[in-house]
Every structure is written in C-alpha cells, then in structure tokens.
Design a protein around this ligand. Structure first.
Ligand code: GDP
Ligand code: GDP
Length: 436
C-alpha cells in the first residue's frame, strides 16, 4: 500500500526541521551501519495513531544558488508536486511576514489540502498570537510548539482527515513494480525510453492510475510491469529537478513503491560514493536489487573488462552481494532484452515462500556440514526454522540463545538457504528467537 505523503513548508527558521524531527521521532536506520551511507533527514516514515505516512521537510532541500525567496518558492512547489497534504508552518513570534504571504499565494493556487500551523506558541498566554494568521486564508491556524511538543496531536488529527482513502490498492499482486535509481546522468531516462521503444513492449493506454500519475504500465511476454518514475525520468523542466536532495527524495519514494530496484551505474565513469548511498537505500528497504551498468558501449574494453568491473562492484557493494549485475547500453540497446527476464527472476525470489519441511532439512544439513559456534562453553542450538514473511523473505530461527548466533554463522545459514532455494537478487532477513 502506498502511504500518504505529508510535506512541511514555510520560510526558514519557523521551526520546520524541529517539527519534522518531533513527528518522525527517533528512528534507527540500518543504513547507518553501512560505511559512507547516512540518513537524510528530509524524508522519513512516521506514524500518528493508526495512520502511517511519509513526511518531507522541504526546508532541507536546498536549491543551489537561487536567491532566498526563490528557494522558498521552489520548496513550496515540491510540496505541491509530491504531497497529499501540506503543513504550512509560520512563526507566532514574528507575525505574518511577506515571505509567509508569498508561500501562501503559491499554496493557494494548488488543489492540495493545506493545514496552517503557528509554531513557537510555547505557552497558553501566547495563543492570542494566532489570530493574525487567519489572514493567510487557510482557515483556522493550529497553535503548536515544536520545541515543547505542544499541539502536534491536534495538528496531525487535522492532517490525517485529508489522507486519501486507504483501501485504494494500486495494482494487482502479480504486477511487477520496478524503478531505475542512480545519480543524475547515469542514463535512467534513456533506459526508460529505450525500454518503451522495444518491439515486444506494449505500453498500456491507461495513464498511471496513482494520484501522481507518474507510473508507466506495460506488458512484455505476457507479464505486466509498472515502471515507477524517479527524478528527471520525464523531465518536466522544473529548476529543482536537478538538485541532489530532490533526486534522493524521488529515489526514496520510488524504492518504497517498487518490488525491484535497478541501481544504475555509469560504466563510463565508474563507481562513486553517491552510488553506494543510493544502493544502500534499496537494500535497507528490503527490495530485490539488480545492478545495471549502463553506457557499456562507451567503455573501451577487452575480454577482462567486464570481469574487472564486476569485481569492483562486488568490492564496493558488499552489502549487495546477492544482486545480479547486468551490463547494458541504453544507446545501442545491447543486452537490454535480458533485463526483463532478470527483473522477473528477482521479483519471484523476492516473493517466494518455501516449505518448512525442506527449509528445516536445509538448515539441518548446513549444521551437519559446519557445526554451530560455541561461546564461553555454550553451544548454539537450532530447534526450528520457519519463513514468516515475503518481500523480502524473512526467516525466524528458534534457538537456545539468540546471542550465540553470531553474524558470521548467520551469514553462513543465509547463504545455505539462498543457494538451496535460489533466492536470486533478494535480501534475506534472519531473526533469531529464543525458544522457551
Ligand atoms: P526551520 O529553518 O524552519 O527548519 O527551523 P528550525 O527547526 O531549524 O528552527 C529554527 C529555530 O527556531 C531554532 O533555533 C529552533 O530551536 C527554534 N524553534 C523551533 N521550534 C520552536 C518552538 O516551538 N518554540 C521556540 N521558542 N523556538 C522554536
Ligand atoms: P539520467 O539523468 O540518469 O536520466 O540520464 P539520461 O538518460 O538523461 O542520460 C544522460 C546522458 O547520458 C545523455 O546525454 C544520454 O544520451 C547519455 N546516455 C544514456 N545512456 C547511454 C548509453 O547507454 N551510452 C552512451 N554512450 N550514452 C548514454
């Protein structure tokens, strides 16, 4: 299910990031364990009562060297383009400023619901400050204090009233949703166009059925695919499209909606730090991953080049050891037709459920081959293994003491399970539980 998206807008210093952090709370991210990959605090999942949603702090998206007012304008436009509901934040300490009025004008033209919050109302005596803000034209302003966490409940109640209907499942289960992510200029939009130009690809007339209408639906060999748009895939010519933070934001959103993520690298340029970061998001989200090396036509090569590039990828993307690698050219279309079968294979792995009896045989055989580790004289005992989820496949192993299941042995079991059932291109999660 696609979660609703909430965006926070407002001029600098009104408290956007303070409120973003309040709403998001402390979320630990496994991405932080991967060197060189840090959490961007401009986009996160969040919860309020029974509602799950994603939230964007548009203030964190800096738009290059644009002047102050232009930055705010662009941020407001991102909110309008990306969000289902907009929280417009102003400051009760300063009253209405001309920058607030400019934001109001932009938001006013959009059809998106806007909830106005007056921040820095740190105590009840200050509540009178909110009346000026009726003039902005968004109805009743909600007094809040990000610093003290006051009023956020009422604000979020109001925001949640505008969420789209929860039951609108987007696509059937057998539809494969995938996306291309990668740095600007690796060739995502060229790949997108090259695929749609393939002979056997039949593009559906139905424009994307989603709220944002950014999906491309097509069939190939009887399988329906949905290609999910990322930044710049269909260039709309907006200034902010080329900014790094915005492309990260779009990549995160696309990953979230996809089953299969194609991480695109530029074969001509090689691997960059930002590639790892982007790939880390896909891994963390538990999606099936394919590494697509594009522009292979432009690489001067001999019989060793592909092997050497593969080794480099394996070295840099150790957390993606399960991801198949494909060398293509959007320009010449070389090997592009191999991509669909690969997407289908990894998508099947990602959704695969295995039989408990065979799973336990595999684990028993693995233990016979490589005995469980001991720690301070105690040996790990494995009683039973069961698959508890798909997308990604997740296994619970019941043991005498989870502490005894060290990382290296967990890795070993993961690899045995992966090999036995051919889980290609999907992460596998293993959870150890103590059997009482
Ligand atoms: P942003 O630029 O809109 O993201 O604003 P920040 O969240 O960075 O906050 C700007 C300043 O306002 C910081 O010094 C915050 O500590 C302060 N601030 C944020 N919320 C409140 C609040 O509710 N009350 C008061 N008094 N100060 C706040
Ligand atoms: P995006 O920003 O990731 O969407 O990248 P684009 O698709 O806009 O491509 C960036 C540039 O790389 C353009 O000039 C493309 O023509 C070029 N390009 C894309 N794919 C290939 C390819 O397979 N081979 C070569 N030689 N150039 C490519």
């Amino acid at each position: 299910m696609t979660k609703p998206v909430v965006a926070i807008v407002g001029r600098p210093n009104v408290g956007k990031s303070t409120i973003f952090n309040r709403i998001v709370g402390e979320r630990v991210s496994i991405v932080e364990d991967i060197p060189g990959v840090t959490r961007d605090r401009i986009y996160s999942s969040a919860e309020w009562l029974t509602h799950e949603f994603n939230i964007i702090d548009t203030g964190g998206i800096d738009i290059g060297d644009e002047p102050f007012l232009e930055q705010i304008r662009q941020q407001a436009e991102i909110a309008i383009d990306e969000a289902d509901v907009i929280i417009f934040i102003v400051s009760g300490r300063e009253g209405v400023t001309s920058a607030d009025e400019m934001v109001a004008k932009i938001l006013y033209k959009s059809k998106k619901p806007v909830v106005l919050a007056v921040n820095k109302i740190d105590n009840p005596e200050m509540r009178d400050q909110i009346y000026d803000f009726y003039a902005l034209g968004f109805g009743e302003p909600f007094p809040i204090s990000g610093a003290h966490g006051i009023g956020l409940g009422d604000l979020l109640d109001e925001v949640a009233k505008h969420f789209p209907n929860k039951d609108d499942e987007e696509y059937d289960d057998d539809v494969i949703k995938f996306c291309f992510i990668g740095r600007p200029n690796v060739g995502k939009s060229s790949l997108f166009n090259a695929i749609l130009g393939e002979d056997r690809v039949i593009v559906s007339d139905v424009e994307g059925t989603t709220r944002d209408a950014i999906d491309t639906i097509y069939t190939y060999d009887g399988q329906t695919y949905v290609m999910i748009d990322t930044a710049g895939m269909r260039k709309k010519g907006k200034v902010y499209e080329s900014t790094e933070k915005y492309s990260v934001l779009r990549a995160l959103r696309a990953i979230e909606r996809s089953d299969v993520v194609c991480v695109v690298l530029n074969g001509e340029e090689g691997i960059r730090e930002q590639d790892k970061r982007i790939a880390g998001y896909a891994h963390e989200a538990g999606r099936a991953v394919i590494i697509v090396v594009n522009k292979w036509d432009a690489v001067e090569k001999n019989e060793k080049t592909m092997k050497e590039f593969t080794e480099k990828i394996r070295d840099h993307f150790q957390f993606l050891s399960y991801a198949p690698i494909i060398f293509v050219s959007a320009k010449t279309k070389k090997r592009l037709s191999n991509l669909f079968p690969l997407i289908q294979t990894v998508s099947e792995s990602h959704a695969m459920r295995v039989q408990s009896s065979i799973l336990n045989e595999v684990v028993t055989d693995a233990v016979a081959m490589n005995p469980t580790p001991t720690d301070k004289g105690r040996r790990l005992k494995i009683y039973y293994t069961t698959q508890v989820a798909v997308k990604p496949p997740t296994f619970v192993i019941f043991v005498n003491d989870p502490e005894l299941l060290h990382f290296s042995y967990e890795r070993f079991l993961e690899n045995r399970i992966r090999d036995a059932f051919e889980f290609t291109g999907t992460p596998i999660r293993i959870i150890a539980r103590a059997r009482k």
